[in-house]
Design a protein around this ligand. Structure first.
Ligand code: FES
Length: 116
């Protein structure tokens, strides 16, 4: 049985997120609550803070809808900025050249963990 470092926080099973899709989640309670989302690309997962670098609003226009219609980019619902899945770099829109704030993740035995 693997020993988990204290700073690894399990967030979901990789299979909970369909390939090419994203899911939102929060960590913390009350004023400390923070919103994130996870994007799956095959056997890889990427986690970002759910905050657009343009204005700071959340990116999803409805729960768990973070992707463009072709599922090639993360898309902000407010002004349509497009971000690369792999690194959160904005390739189109009012914040082109900016990045989403990434959080490190690790996948172990099908579980996705946020790491420190
Ligand atoms: S708020 Fe996201 S592109 Fe403007």
């Amino acid at each position: 049985m693997p020993v988990e470092p204290v700073e690894a926080l399990p967030i979901c099973r990789l299979d909970d997120v369909p390939d090419g899709e994203a899911r939102g989640f929060t960590i913390g309670d009350g004023a400390a609550e923070r919103a994130y989302f996870i994007v799956r690309r095959g056997e890889r997962a990427f986690v970002y803070e759910n905050s657009c670098p343009h204005t700071g609003v959340t990116l999803d226009w409805q729960p768990d809808v973070f992707m463009d219609v072709e599922k090639r980019f993360i898309q902000c619902a407010t002004h349509g900025a497009l971000f690369r899945i792999e690194d959160g770099f904005c390739v189109h829109g009012p914040c082109v050249g900016a990045y989403l704030t990434a959080r490190p993740v690790r996948i172990d035995q099908g579980l996705v963990y946020l790491t420190a």
